[in-house]
Design a protein around this ligand. Sequence first.
Ligand SMILES: [Zn+2]
Length: 165
Amino acid sequence: MSEKFTVRDFFNRFPTDDACLEHVMEVRYGLRHECSHCGQKASFHKITDRKAYACSRCGDHVYPCAGTVYQDSQTSLQLWFYAIYLFVTTRHDVSGKELQRQLGVTYKTAWRMGQHIRKLMRNAEGFTMLQGHVELDEAYVGGKRSGKRGAWGSGQDRDYGPKGT
Ligand SMILES: [Zn+2]
């Protein structure tokens, strides 16, 4: 684990929500890609105060978080990223209580985030705990979506949080 991403590395790389959003954009679509609206190879720039990017050619909007857990979340992207970072860099599951403490969110929020992150990790192709950036990148964008639910592993770290999601 010597090459691991330290907390300092994390905050250098993701100092703001916008930096996190840019990462999601880069991994999912690329900051320069063929626009699905005008069909041109175009660069995309962030729209102020929105979680969206606009095509430099036609102005069409792209929402990098669409279809991810971040889409409708009230929790900031940076907190999500940090929570994922904790899961990736910890040898074991991160409990709701631990997330609550580290993130300064309510237990209910922490518990839900933990559930989502476990799901993201199961869906990220080839993802294994304690690996480097490639796996982390997949974790941040959730890999493929899947309808699979439940499966809490051994259950030893199970939290008794609110029912449902
Ligand atoms: Zn366009």
